[in-house]
Design a protein around this ligand. Sequence first.
Ligand code: HEM
Length: 246
Amino acid sequence: MPPGAPAVFPSILSSMVVIRGDSVTAPQRLLWLLKPTLFLACLAPLALLAWDAWSANLGANPITAIIARNGRWALRFLLITLAITPARRLSGWTWLIRYRRMLGLFAFTYACLHAASYLVLDQFFAWRMILEDVTKRPYITIGATAFTLLVPLAVTSTKKMIRRLGKRWLQLHRLIYVIGFLGVLHFLLLVKSDISSPAKYGAILLLLLGIRAWTWWGRAMMEWATGALAAARRGLLLRRRAGVAK
Ligand code: HEM
């Protein structure tokens, strides 16, 4: 396989033809094709929503349906984005990381559509009512906080910002866990009786956080063990030099 080709692809693919004799292999081509395909797939919920709105298929309260659908997709894309790193670690599919930024930006896009449909369709820019909602209804306060926190993540998602911020970029982007938690809480607080739906999203979030915590803990233990081993070795060497140990 040529350098740069993902080692994870099935061997049948990696042994396929080298296109036009240059270094572009079939698996690489497949990865290029995957991006626009995924992009279109991410737009599908929006297209479906537009279609349902056009064909008056949004139920008795179309505005609520539009807000709810965009809200759910914002949360789903957030969780899918959070799942990329654990999925990459567990499967070894390093190429998955290429799609993380796009998925995160789709979470932001659906959150924008969700917030915009509330501002425009539900409240029709009644700023006083909106302010009252944000300050007096906890689920709106939490939703607005989650949305506000998403903004710096979207703004700093460019390659230039990643380079410029360095280590601080990683620290900033850990906010995604807080946003996921706030998104689930926002959903949980607005449901009246049946909490099964937000509970499912909460369970997925907890699972993803659990996998992260497990790998962090594993890495910390490994570092600690390596450090302890090196210290013990140094100690033994010193004692040998001093003639205490053999
Ligand atoms: C300014 C920010 C936000 C505002 C004003 C807002 C407002 C709302 C409102 C009014 C509803 C209730 C719709 C209904 O009556 O059923 C709702 C539902 C929801 N929102 Fe938000 N939200 C915001 C941010 C967010 C964010 C950032 C997320 C995701 C991360 C999110 C996810 C959801 C979900 C999952 C629902 C439930 C949908 C359902 O009932 O199926 N919201 N939001």
